[in-house]
Design a binder for this molecule. Structure first.
Ligand code: 4YA
Ligand code: UDP
Ligand code: MN
Length: 344
């Protein structure tokens, strides 16, 4: 028994020998494979920020993913790219650090009308813009009003300019709203080219409620209407009468865009406003008006001139709307108003 078991155990010399060979083998590996250099500070930071970005994207996509799962509707607006490969900007789809650096010398205009009773919306609009709109960038506010004397200038950060301009007060609210296109044709041609790079056009009856920055900028961008972002195109409220210059046939059009927030490079907004204004004039000659005034013309323009960037309903929201729990950042929200009262 003893002899047997002894013969099965390896001898001490054998064990030591194996160990020596193994150690030599390890040393060999260490010599052959150079140890990887420790990551540089820059690499470490990049790696770290990649991880943070991934996490942020994961969290930000959560609401959108839930929405994708829980509604049985058209989901095109929930994608992050349009069929023509323009980005759709949802929270978490962009890296602001990179974009802010790219735009360190970009000059941005914010165009807004505050005519007649809508002057009451101007102060909260501008104050909220100081807090959330293009913070840290060069901004010029282009305010058009019939009440220049009543404008309360907000406390503005460095690099921000307020321009006040007089504009006629049309009687009908529809005409006030459409007048914006005419003014745009003039300013994007005569003044803005030497003053700004990008122009953002907004309704005044809104407030910025969360970050709105350079992630929105592109040659031509527009915002998906928060009421129609899950709707089928046949229910979009496009102008459907072929007689109007804003006519969009059934079967065409990708999104219903809202005229309360859109923009682009100055020369792009010159082209856009000129086309829309010509359409408005053509319709007026025929004694017709598009269903949603300049918004109808804007939508027609964008069917045939696809925006290079599309903003999700995060960029125009109304807290009266359903599904708000899925919209993580409500960046620009409607101020609730008595339509009848303010328009009279
Ligand atoms: C505007 O929306 C405002 O007049 C509304 O008060 C609201 O803020 C809306 O925008 C988001 O078809 C509780 C929401 C009821 C929404 C009704 C539909 C209207 O849609 C139209 C196009 C125009 O875009 C109007 O501007 C828009 O109403
Ligand atoms: N507007 C204005 N005075 C008016 C009517 C309209 O200044 O009497 C401007 C204002 O900038 C407003 C925009 O035109 O935000 C569009 O009109 P409104 O906001 O009433 O349209 P809605 O968003 O309710 O469809
Ligand atoms: Mn409005």
């Amino acid at each position: 028994m003893q002899g047997n078991s002894k013969s099965m155990l390896p001898s001490r010399t054998y064990i030591i020998g194996t160990l020596v060979v193994f150690i030599l083998f390890l040393i060999g590996i260490c010599i052959q494979i150079p140890t990887p250099a420790a990551p540089s500070k820059q690499e470490e930071t990049n790696h770290c920020s990649d991880q943070v970005t991934e996490k942020a994207i994961e969290l930000a996509h959560c609401e959108r993913k839930l929405l994708v799962k829980s509604v049985n509707k058209r989901k095109m607006a929930l994608n992050v790219l349009t069929p023509w490969l323009a980005p759709i900007i949802w929270d978490g789809t962009y890296n602001l650090n990179i974009l802010d650096k790219q735009h360190s010398s970009t000059r941005i205009g914010l165009f807004v009308f505050a005519v007649k009773k809508y002057i009451r919306f101007l102060q909260p609009f501008l104050e909220s813009a100081e807090r959330y709109f293009m913070v840290g960038h060069k901004v010029t506010y282009y305010v058009f009003t019939d009440k220049v004397d009543e404008v309360v200038k907000p406390k503005m950060a460095d690099g921000r300019i307020l321009q006040l301009h007089n504009v006629v007060a049309d009687q009908r609210w529809q005409d006030v709203s459409m007048r914006r296109m005419e003014i745009l044709t003039v300013y994007t041609k005569e003044y803005m080219p030497s003053e700004i790079d990008y122009l953002v056009c907004a309704d005044v009856d809104m407030v910025f409620n969360d970050h709105v920055g350079v992630e929105i900028l592109g040659d031509l961008f527009a915002t998906i209407h928060p009421v129609f972002f899950l709707s089928e195109p046949q229910s979009f409220t496009y102008e459907r009468r072929p007689i109007s210059a804003a006519y969009i046939p059934y079967g065409q059009g990708d999104f219903y865009y809202m005229a309360a927030f859109y923009g682009g490079k100055v020369d792009e907004i010159y082209k856009l406003s000129t086309t829309c204004q010509n359409g408005i004039i053509e319709d007026k000659k025929k004694n017709i008006e598009a269903l949603w005034q300049e918004e109808s013309h804007l939508n027609r323009y964008l069917v045939y001139n696809k925006p290079t960037k599309v903003l999700s309903p995060e960029y125009i929201w109304d807290t009266n709307l359903p599904l708000g729990e899925f919209i993580k950042k409500k960046r620009f929200i409607a101020v609730h108003k008595d339509h009848q009262e303010v328009r009279n």
